[in-house]
Design a protein around this ligand. Structure first.
Ligand code: G4P
Length: 544
């Protein structure tokens, strides 16, 4: 080529690449990826529906029918979830609101599935901590909060169910401060006590937003925006009380600071009634205006990968059996950098193998859509990519490995056996698959043999999911016998013989190759620690 052509070609290439980088950075900056953490019954499903309603994703909210008889919520999908009225599996719900793309990652509410929730938290940039106004901070909220704290995930606090009698707002703020160490930074403050929710003081705009319920909460509530003078004239003491209380919190702490929020030292506070759609708009606006956008993610060495680097992501969840008719297996990837394009050939960091991502989907409760591209912060479901395991990294061009997702310390142990000896092959395949999905941890030992693996769970309900999946997805009904252990520690191959000689102790090998010593109780563990200090015993990942 003549030199002038060549240089203009290079210039075009450089321009195209600059545009691509700017495009990716822009798309990343409009992503908000978060999860709602709460104790069961605080209103997480109701809030999810209310958020979808406000973003006009759904036309009406069904939550007012109550949990028992409400229509399928946007985030329930397994039959068992419906039967029990709990949400077991994690889904990603994506919608646009204003000019932002919101990725709401659903987490199971039941504490037996907390391991699943912890993994989802590896994939978010922010969490909404939903508190029942009558109950304050409950056990599961505290556990999830602890995981967020360890991971430095910024938290937005929402006091929900303000339409029902509950605790005093200032008492709730004290509880947040004392039990989480977070500094409450009110963005809105309830006007009217719990049970008499009239509206909120919007501190930034300094206005009263009055809510009126519509259609028993199935539609958006009517919001009127009034000046402080109008609010005073109409609401009297309820208004001045709100001003006094919020001012007290700010004066004794600090006014809202985005740096403090992002650093995880302060938490914006809002009030809501998810069931009546009160205060939900403020939650969405807070996510858009203040929550962190998808940013650079640290790799296993702690080096941040810029969002405009070539595509990379990691698997935070593997799930099968969502669609019984199709027997599928979906690996959920959080996109960390670059643009994901359906069909692109990616490298699996763990095996070094490449594969084409032909079947990429976005999931919305039971609905699925094929997606063509995804940006940092988005979640992609890769269908039938059965080599992918939880925590695996994927990339194109520039290799990267993201930190593994920690396994949690199991507390419940059962021996599994196939009910039907003729279906042992299916049994073995099923157990292995459920282990890969992270539904259960699978432990083995030479002593117990292949026929009788030990299943280890954080919560006993995980066993029910295994039994259900084994029967329906793998055609391998099984029996389970409980084991007396309640505690596990990591140990070494060398310690196996010594530990196995001690009564009430057993050593098994987990599918990732780690040696786990199981103990009946803390006393049994302490005895070994005292009598055999040379035996290496360490705690496993994060204790649930
Ligand atoms: P979860 O996902 O966190 O487990 O909670 P979910 O949304 O299912 O809500 C639990 C119950 O609380 C539901 O009532 C729901 O309607 C109610 N609820 C949620 N948000 C609010 C709120 O802001 N105010 C009031 N008053 N109720 C709320 P349910 O299943 O019908 O149970 P019940 O209330 O009949 O016992």
């Amino acid at each position: 080529f003549p030199p002038s052509f060549e240089s203009s070609f290079v210039t075009q290439q450089v321009q195209a690449s600059t545009q691509r980088h700017t495009g990716i950075a822009q798309e990343a900056s409009r992503r908000r990826t978060f999860a709602v953490i709460s104790h069961p019954d605080a209103g997480k499903s109701t809030l999810t529906e209310a958020l979808a309603l406000h973003a006009r994703v759904i036309g009406t909210a069904g939550a007012t029918n109550g949990k028992e008889n409400r229509r399928e919520t946007v985030s329930d999908w397994m039959q068992m979830e419906k039967d029990r009225g709990i949400s077991i599996s994690s889904t990603a719900l994506q919608f646009s609101y204003r000019d932002t793309v919101i990725n709401l990652l659903d987490t199971p509410g039941h504490s037996d599935f907390s391991e699943d929730t912890y993994r989802v938290l590896a994939a978010v940039d922010c969490a909404v901590m939903l508190i029942d106004a009558a109950k304050g901070l409950e056990t599961q909220t505290m556990k999830l909060f602890e995981v967020c704290r360890q991971r430095n995930i910024p938290i937005i606090t929402v006091i929900n169910k303000w339409d029902r009698p509950g605790l005093d707002a200032l008492a709730l703020m004290d509880e947040v401060t004392e039990r989480t160490g977070l500094i409450p930074m009110p963005l809105t403050w309830a006007v009217g006590f719990a049970g008499d929710f009239r509206g909120v003081w919007d501190l930034k705009r300094d206005e009263f937003v009055r809510f009126t319920r519509k259609n028993a909460g199935a539609s958006l509530a009517t919001e009127e925006h009034l000046s402080p003078a109008e609010a005073l004239a109409q609401e009297g003491d309820a208004w001045t009380d709100a001003l006094d209380e919020a001012s007290l919190v700010i004066e004794s702490n600090q006014p809202f600071s985005i740096e403090s929020f992002h650093a995880g030292t302060g938490t914006p506070v809002l009030f809501s009634s998810a069931v009546l759609n009160f205060g939900v708009q403020h939650i969405l606006d807070t996510l858009v205006d203040l929550a962190p956008a998808a940013g650079p993610r640290r790799d296993v060495d702690g080096t941040p990968r810029p969002v405009d680097a070539p595509f990379s992501g990691f698997v935070f969840k593997v799930q099968a059996g969502m669609n019984r008719a199709h027997r599928d297996h979906v690996a959920f990837i959080r996109v960390c950098s670059g643009v994901f394009e359906r069909g692109m050939v990616v490298t699996h960091a763990n095996s070094g193998k490449t594969f084409a991502t032909k079947y990429a989907q976005q999931l919305f409760g039971r609905e699925r859509e094929v997606i063509d591209e995804a940006w940092p912060g988005d979640v992609v479901g890769l269908v039938n990519a059965s080599a992918l395991r939880m925590g695996d990294s994927l990339y194109v061009e520039e290799p990267v490995e993201f930190p593994p997702i920690p396994l949690f310390s199991p507390e419940h142990f059962r021996v599994a056996r196939s009910k039907d000896a003729g279906r042992f092959k299916q049994f073995r395949r099923g157990i292995e698959q459920l282990g890969h999905e992270g539904i259960i941890q699978v432990l083995r030992s030479d002593l117990r043999g292949d026929q009788a693996p030990v299943l280890a769970a954080v919560g006993p309900m995980q066993f029910e999911v295994v039994a259900d999946r084994m029967e329906h997805d793998f055609g391998a009904p099984m029996r389970m016998e409980p084991l007396p252990y309640s505690l596990a520690r990591l140990t070494t191959h060398d310690a196996q013989a010594a530990l196995s000689a001690i009564r009430g102790t057993e050593v098994l090998v987990r599918s990732d190759g780690e040696y786990l010593a199981l103990f009946n109780d803390i006393w049994a563990l302490r005895r070994v620690e005292k009598n055999s200090p040379e035996i290496s015993l360490s705690t496993i990942g994060t204790d649930a």
